[in-house]
Design a protein around this ligand. Structure first.
Ligand code: NAP
Length: 294
């Protein structure tokens, strides 16, 4: 396919590279142009503007947050202004349910199609084509972009005809990951204060009842105190918990653990954690317990 790709951050750079490897013609755009250089070296065409990246069958966006997506989607020369009729905007960023709904309506009005396709997996998974894609949208639109979804991930789950459903599933998943980070951090502080080696403790848990990638990945990061460089930065994690709570508020679903996680991430940010991985909240329980920083 002839596809534009906007947003070459930690995740986007690997995803765009995999579209190229999948044989697609890829035109890349990034606000900070220098980040496009490695992709151009791999055969991508460089777009000088957002509009330049909107000339193909589809455009994929992988941007930080609602504000960034709004900035590239709306306005003169934005995606909605420039994308050809019937072309598809594939939105992979983790954005709000409300923005996804608005984008879906705006694209429909402009005669274009919109698929929400947020992903699970960190930058290493993006680079290795191991992402899990959660997609939603009109079936014809999903079918049209399925070669792109196949090129970026190991598996695509289609959850609904309504795009914003995929965003809700993604946000609920990140809420669960953050819950695991917090509870792992508490359990690890408990055993560490009793003099038990947290790495050995983790080995026991992840070789028995908790033999899953989330416990292994995040347990390892917490035990090693390896929060830099951030694979998923704390401000993005904070954004996601807030978006999950906003969706919960709209649907009148109390999520007390979500409120606690919002405060944990806020505490991390207030103590200079802007540049750290979000898993650094997993060390806060140890600090609360009077243990030395890792
Ligand atoms: N990292 C993960 O583990 C992970 C996993 C799953 C999903 N996600 C989600 O994927 C999305 C991207 O994450 P990431 O880790 O790749 O983030 P990132 O490294 O911070 O990259 C963010 C991208 O958005 C662009 N951007 C930010 N603000 C912008 C604005 N106002 N106008 C135009 N472009 C703007 C950045 O451009 P510049 O280069 O110019 O700054 C960059 O290309 C987020 O929604 C995140 O929640 C991340």
């Amino acid at each position: 396919m002839n596809v534009g790709f906007i947003g070459l951050g930690h995740m986007g750079v690997g995803m765009a590279a995999n579209l190229l490897k999948g044989g697609h013609r890829v035109t890349v755009y990034n606000r900070t142009l220098a980040k496009a250089e490695p992709l151009v070296a791999q055969g991508a065409r460089l777009a000088a503007s957002i509009s330049d990246a909107c000339e193909g069958d589809a455009v994929v966006t992988m941007l930080a947050d609602d504000e960034a997506v709004e900035r590239v989607a709306y306005g003169d020369g934005g995606i909605i202004d420039r994308l050809p009729p019937r072309a598809v905007h594939v939105s992979c960023s983790t954005i709000s349910v409300a923005l996804s709904r608005r984008l879906s309506d705006a694209h429909a009005k402009a005669g274009q199609r919109f698929v929400a396709a947020p992903v699970f997996g960190r930058p290493e998974a993006a680079a290795a084509r191991r992402l899990f894609v959660v997609a939603a949208g009109e079936p014809g639109a999903i079918e049209a972009v399925s070669p792109l979804l196949e090129a970026i991930g190991q598996k695509t789950f289609v959850v609904s005809d309504t795009p914003q459903a995929a965003n809700l599933v993604k946000l609920s998943g990140n809420f669960l990951i953050a819950s695991v980070i917090e509870s792992l951090g508490e359990a690890m502080a408990l055993v560490e204060k009793a003099g038990i080696d947290p790495r050995r403790y983790l080995e026991v848990l992840t070789s028995s009842l908790f033999d899953t990638p989330i416990y292994k990945t995040y347990g390892g990061l917490i035990a090693g105190g390896s929060f830099e460089p951030a694979g998923f930065a704390a401000p993005l994690g904070y954004k996601d918990i807030r978006l999950a709570l906003a969706a919960a508020e709209d649907l009148r679903v109390p999520m007390p653990v979500g409120s606690l996680l919002r405060d944990r991430l806020l505490t991390l940010l207030a103590h200079g954690g802007e540049h750290l991985d979000w898993s650094a909240i997993g060390r806060l329980p140890a600090t609360d317990a009077g243990l030395p920083s890792a």
